[in-house]
Structure formats: structure tokens, C-alpha cells
Write a protein that binds this ligand. Sequence first.
Ligand code: HEC
Length: 140
Amino acid sequence: MRVLMWVVVAVIALAGCGSSSDGSPLAEGKRVYADLCSVCHGSTGDGGVGPALDGVAVTWPSCQDQIAWIRLGSEGWKAEVGDTYGATGKPVNGGMPAQMGNLLDSEIAAVAAFERVNYGGIEKSIALADCGVAGTTSQD
Ligand code: HEC
């Protein structure tokens, strides 16, 4: 009986560790997405005013470029980068609000990872590492 108790305690402790290092950036990304992005990109990433996000990893092979886009928004991107965005050279038609100064960098990275995993079909650990939110407790 006593051994069984310890096993139960150990399993609960391990489950807690797993969710705090792996789950929390995506949970944070989900919260940010629901609050600030779903209004234009759809509650399931299926699009609306903004494009559907099923092609997000094709548009942005690197998460760091996707993060730059989210920070700058359409206007900032046009001013700093150019008239097209992403690997597929999509025209910047406007309408995507800049999140720099509105969200923390860690929140932007988290929401980028959330989009890649949930809509772009990228494997979780790969997306978290690419977006720089894997196993870290703070980002800069
Ligand atoms: C007011 C509406 C609006 C909101 C809010 C919004 N977006 Fe967008 N988003 C757009 C539009 C419109 C585009 C296309 C921009 C263009 O053509 O200049 C876009 C494009 C994008 C793209 C590129 C997708 C692709 O494959 O073409 C990503 C990624 C993105 N948004 C992420 C986000 C995230 C993350 C948030 C929340 C923090 C967000 N957006 C909030 C309207 C919005």
C-alpha cells in the first residue's frame, strides 16, 4: 500500500513538471489568440477579416520571421521590410495590427507557437524550440 502511495505522488509530481515547462507557452498563446487574434483570424484559425492560418508554416518557414510580422503588423512591415511578406511573397494589403508595445515579446512568441502547432500542423517541440519558448521560464 505504502509503495502504491509513493507511485501516485511521483506521477502527480511528474505530470505537474511536464505541464509547466511544455504546456504553458501554448496555453499562454491560446489565451492571447482568443483575446486579440481570433476576432480577425477566426476562433479556429479559419480566417475572417484576416487570412486563414492553415498555411502559416508555409508562409513562415521560420517562426522568427512570423514573430517579426506579428510585432510589426502590415504598416510596420511595409515601412521596414517591403510590399510583400512571407516565403510565398504575399502582397501586404494592410489590416494586420502591430503587436509590438501591446504584447510582451514572450506573449508574441507564445502566440506564434500556438498558431504553428494548432493551425500550421508543426510538431509541438519543434515549434516551441523554433519560436524560442521551449523549456524556458523567461524570454527576452
Ligand atoms: C483587425 C484584424 C486583425 C487582427 C486583430 C489580427 N490580425 Fe493577423 N492579419 C490580419 C490581416 C488583414 C492580415 C493580412 C495582412 C496584409 O495583407 O497586410 C493578417 C495576417 C496575419 C498573418 C500572416 C498569415 C498568412 O499566412 O498570410 C499572421 C501570422 C497573423 N496575421 C497573426 C496574427 C496574430 C498572432 C494576431 C493576434 C496577436 C493577429 N494576427 C491579429 C488581420 C488581423
